[in-house]
Design a binder for this molecule. Structure first.
Ligand code: NAP
Length: 248
């Protein structure tokens, strides 16, 4: 389905980004993803992609999306090497939870630098090539807490709310260039980000989920592929909720 498409995913070494990378590999895309820390996790994602599709072209690039100069350099190199990026998935995100009264400036800044500035850095570098090609799909991963709020996550939820405005504004700016800009708002998805939460919090969430189960990274990945495909070519500026009914 994505045979001639070049995809760049931020944070593809673990969790949702990894599932997105594997799903694109399964559907014949050329997949480049980035990560910051674990070379082993990144190598494992590449190994799994090759296992799924031995003929595919896959690459992991290590850089921190919150650092503008690194993002410019590394994404510039990807564009030089592959000629263009057709599909951008702004997935990488972090949490630094604390009740607001105790939240440090560094916790606020760190989360904003990755989750909001990182989206700016990556999209800014990719969008010119999309406009030139008159084709592009930009899909950003926001969160249910950007819609409903969450105690201890004033920083994180604010960055996720920012993705809503970003998506809707960019959809208006880029629609005439044949670029679709959408977001996915997952609920509680079982990844490293949610694994460390106390059981009491998990239980509280479970009681609020009509489908009575937590989501899997693959649930999100399949919807990313839908928004990246031409099956959704008349959808832009949309936020697709994948939350088992947690917040509607
Ligand atoms: P995760 O398992 O913690 O994985 C995060 C990925 O992002 C890793 O590959 C990590 O790379 C990468 N990353 C982190 N900081 C980065 C940076 N500064 N530059 C480049 N890459 C960076 O997280 P996840 O649960 O899959 O979440 C993915 C996205 O979905 C996030 O935006 C998150 O906010 C959102 N989301 C998650 C849930 C959920 O329930 N899990 C719900 C709603 C929204 P390293 O391995 O190198 O650290």
């Amino acid at each position: 389905m994505f045979k001639d498409k070049i995809v760049f995913i931020t944070g593809g070494s673990r969790g949702i980004g990894k599932a997105v990378a594997l799903e694109f590999a399964k559907h014949d895309a050329t997949v480049i993803f980035n990560y910051t820390n674990s070379d082993d996790s990144a190598n494992e994602t590449i190994r799994l992609m090759k296992e799924i599709n031995s003929q595919g072209t896959f690459e992991a690039v290590k850089f921190d999306i919150s650092i503008t100069s690194d993002s410019d350099e590394k994404i510039g190199a990807i564009l030089d090497k592959y000629g263009r990026i057709d599909i951008l998935v702004n997935n990488a995100g972090i949490t630094r939870d604390s009740l607001f009264m105790r939240m440090k400036e560094s916790q606020w800044d760190e989360v904003f630098n990755v989750n909001a500035k990182g989206v700016f850095n990556c999209t800014k570098n990719v969008v010119r090539s999309m406009v030139k090609n008159q084709y592009g799909k930009i899909i950003s991963i926001t969160s249910v807490v950007g819609e409903m709020g969450n105690p201890g996550q004033a920083n994180y939820s604010s960055t996720k709310s920012a993705i809503f405005g970003f998506t809707k504004s960019l959809a208006k700016e880029l629609g005439s260039k044949n670029i679709n800009v959408n977001a996915i708002s997952p609920g509680f998805i079982e990844t490293d980000i949610t694994e460390g939460l106390p059981d009491a919090i998990k239980q509280k969430y479970m009681e609020m989920i009509p489908l009575a189960k937590f989501g899997q990274a693959e649930d999100v990945a399949k919807s990313v592929l839908f928004l990246a495909s031409d099956d959704s070519s008349y959808i832009t500026g949309e936020i697709l909720k994948i939350n088992g009914g947690l917040y509607t």
